[in-house]
Design a protein around this ligand. Structure first.
Ligand code: CP
Ligand code: NVA
Length: 309
């Protein structure tokens, strides 16, 4: 049997990102044409969510159904994990029943622990360090709206969080330039930034962190933002909302980016904070196409990681 393959970080799709995006396009076309495609008939996916989710949960669950399989939503409050069973034992047991596990966790080390002990593929559904499924979707969406990725420019504006970390890696792998405009003290993870810069040297991508949002969006193709207060950081809300206000994606910032730039947000959005209504609902926003694409990208990930398609 071939070794199982996990998707814990954007680095895990470094070798086949282009193929995965092509596959997502193909699956989206099939879905739109009403053509059934069921490579996961009879397979099951366990989904453990320690944090809230709308898009990740629903797109994986519906994606499994559309691929002919079945998904089980498991809350840690209901699992024995909530009463002290170890992550390692949970991984061993679930591996005897299901064909893959999606895990949304507070800590990256817990996702790695689950993957270490599971004999089936583990997919990171977001942790404190990365959100790879989101960024695979985002690159797919950028390709749809702006064409071939190498040489394109993305400006990330806001918190140097999990989404920002994975974007740096994903864009570097795809050969896209990134300028992350973040307040001082809220920079992306140093080791992932260094990895993105190393990869960028090979792919021709320039990866930069700046502290002025207007510098970040200069000549960009994509303006991207995310929440200022990620799940698990609620205690810092007041201070963050004060600090991040100059980094709001509003009409003035989008005008500085230019009329051809598209605007993206992984959602959920806090309207009036990191993004204003006129921008998210405006003509440059592709935010809801981006949300739809979670379904198509997730299906590509599931078919590839669970069945090796
Ligand atoms: N973007 C994203 O992961 O959304 P959810 O938290 O709703 O899954
Ligand atoms: N950075 C956000 C992303 C939500 C999809 C968080 O971790 O809460």
């Amino acid at each position: 049997m071939p070794a199982k393959r996990d998707l814990l970080s954007m680095l895990d799709v470094r070798e086949d990102l282009v193929g995965l995006l092509e596959f997502a396009t193909n699956l989206k076309n099939r879905t739109k044409a009403g053509e059934p495609y069921e490579p996961l008939r009879g397979r099951s996916l366990a989904m453990i969510f320690e944090k809230a989710s709308t898009r990740t949960r629903v797109s994986f669950e519906v994606g499994m159904t559309q691929l002919g399989g079945h998904a089980l939503f498991l809350s840690p409050d209901d699992l024995q994990i909530g009463r002290g069973e170890t992550i390692a034992d949970t991984a061993r047991v679930l591996s005897r029943y299901v064909d893959g596990i999606v895990y949304r966790a507070f800590k990256n080390e817990n996702v790695r622990e689950l993957a270490k002990h599971a004999t089936v593929p583990v997919i990171n559904g977001l942790d404190d360090r990365e959100h790879p499924c989101q960024i695979i979707t985002d690159l797919f969406t950028i390709q749809e709206h702006k064409g071939a990725l190498p040489g394109k420019r993305l400006a990330y504006v806001g918190d140097g969080n999990n989404v920002c970390n994975s974007l740096l890696l994903g864009c570097a792998i795809a050969g896209m330039h990134v300028s992350a405009g973040v307040p001082k003290g809220y920079e992306p993870d140093a080791s992932l930034l260094a990895a993105a810069k190393r990869i960028g040297k090979e792919t021709g991508a320039e990866i930069a962190v700046v502290h002025d949002p207007f510098d970040a969006v200069e000549r960009t193709d994509v303006v991207y933002t995310d929440v200022w207060v990620s799940m698990g950081m609620e205690k810092e809300r007041e201070e963050r909302e004060r600090t991040f206000l100059p980094f709001q994606v509003n009409g003035k910032l989008v005008k500085a980016a230019g009329k051809d730039a598209i605007v993206m947000h992984c959602l959920p959005a806090h309207r009036g904070l990191e993004i204003t209504d006129d921008v998210i609902d405006g003509p440059q926003s592709v935010v809801f196409d981006q949300a739809e694409n979670r379904l198509h990208a997730q299906k590509a990930i599931l078919a590839r990681f669970l069945a090796g398609v």
